[in-house]
Design a protein around this ligand. Structure first.
Ligand code: GTP
Ligand code: MG
Length: 324
């Protein structure tokens, strides 16, 4: 994935043209850029180079929660609310267990809500290509494409079940955790680490019995938390299927953004994301290069040495890495 050529040569790559087209509203160009990021390698590096530094305009919102909590319904309702306020939104639906279902359900909701032909909304499901590391690597790059394409808000919907998904969802400017009324919901959320990453809680399906109880359970759980310096997360009752509470949610997201900017926490989160991404790309690339050695001539020589007792696996591996 080593980028080649001078910066001037690289800026002549078709990626720049595609990005310009995407900014003009060309959906095919936008989709191709996201696919390049997903596919990794040199293409992803080119897209990264083209988008880094011209971004930062979009507010990045992570929406996570248990399977079936209503994340997609909520996201679709939030898109409608944003459009009512004349704001644009790009959505990445990330579902590691079933790469296409999240985006499909979300797509249906958007079609139902008449935003299908609306250029102010873009929905894209992220394929995992069978590898979670790839997903964690691709999501920030894809979010940056949508940011660079000019969307006011970028929403990443992730099912909050495993560490990788929680990490992906939690690396937003504002993280929204979706819970439902029902015994044990908060306990599950706590187990998955969702209580810690939440900037806001949505109590979705508030039309169901137990909503008031769930809300006070979440509030009391939050009151036991050690002070973090951040404002205490709001708990917002919502009925996503009816769109009720969505205006309050968007207001709370905007208010959180204001706090991020005023407190310097927004900048701190962006720096942490850059550091995490640098680390993730570095380790992924080192791993790829190491795997590429396996079976090659240098590997054969090292293995022969180990089998013949001239060397041991540890020393042989380190020598291979050192280019011996
Ligand atoms: N009663 C009620 N049902 C809701 C509400 N919001 C969503 N649902 C229903 O809950 C089910 C799951 O909704 P989704 O939006 O697909 O949930 P999700 O969290 O995106 O699901 P996954 O992506 O599969 O994890 C659907 O049948 C929705 O119609 C709500 O506010 N009230
Ligand atoms: Mg979904």
């Amino acid at each position: 994935m080593t980028p080649t050529g001078s910066p001037a040569e690289r800026s002549a790559l078709p990626v720049e043209g595609m990005l310009a087209a995407a900014r003009e509203g060309d959906r095919r160009a936008l989709a191709r850029l996201v696919t390049m990021v997903e596919s990794g390698g040199e293409g992803a590096a080119d897209v990264s180079a083209a988008t880094w530094g011209i971004t930062g305009g979009a507010h990045l919102v992570g929406i996570t929660g248990a399977p079936g909590a209503g994340k997609s319904t909520l996201t679709a309702a939030l898109c409608a609310e944003l459009r009512d306020r004349d704001r644009t939104v790009g959505v990445l639906a990330v579902d590691p267990s079933s790469p296409f279902s999240g985006g499909a359900i979300l797509g249906d909701r958007i079609r139902m809500s008449a935003h299908e032909d609306d250029r102010g909304v873009y929905i894209r499901s992220m394929a995992t290509r069978g590898n979670l590391g790839g997903l964690a690597l691709a999501t920030p790059g894809a979010a940056r494409v949508l940011d660079a394409a000019g969307f006011d808000m970028v929403v990443v919907e992730t099912v909050g079940v495993g560490q990788v998904e929680v990490d992906v969802a939690g690396s937003a400017d504002t993280t929204v955790v979706v819970l439902n009324p029902g015994w044990g919901d908060e306990v599950q959320a706590a187990k998955a680490g969702l209580m810690e990453i939440a900037d806001l809680f949505v109590l979705n399906k508030a039309d169901r019995p137990g909503a008031d109880q769930a809300r006070s359970d979440i509030e009391s759980m939050l009151s036991m938390r050690a002070p973090t310096g951040a404002p205490r997360p709001a708990v917002i009752p919502v009925v996503a299927t009816e769109g009720s509470g969505i205006g309050e949610l968007l207001d709370a997201i905007d208010e959180h953004r204001g706090w991020l900017e005023a407190s310097g926490e927004g900048m701190r989160r962006r720096e942490e994301r850059a550091r995490d991404e640098l680390h993730a790309v570095l380790t992924a690339e080192l791993r790829r290069r190491a795997e590429a050695l396996v079976g090659g001539p240098r590997w054969d020589r090292a293995l022969q040495g180990v089998l013949a007792g001239r060397n041991d696996p540890w020393r042989a591996a380190l020598e291979m890495l050192d280019g011996d």
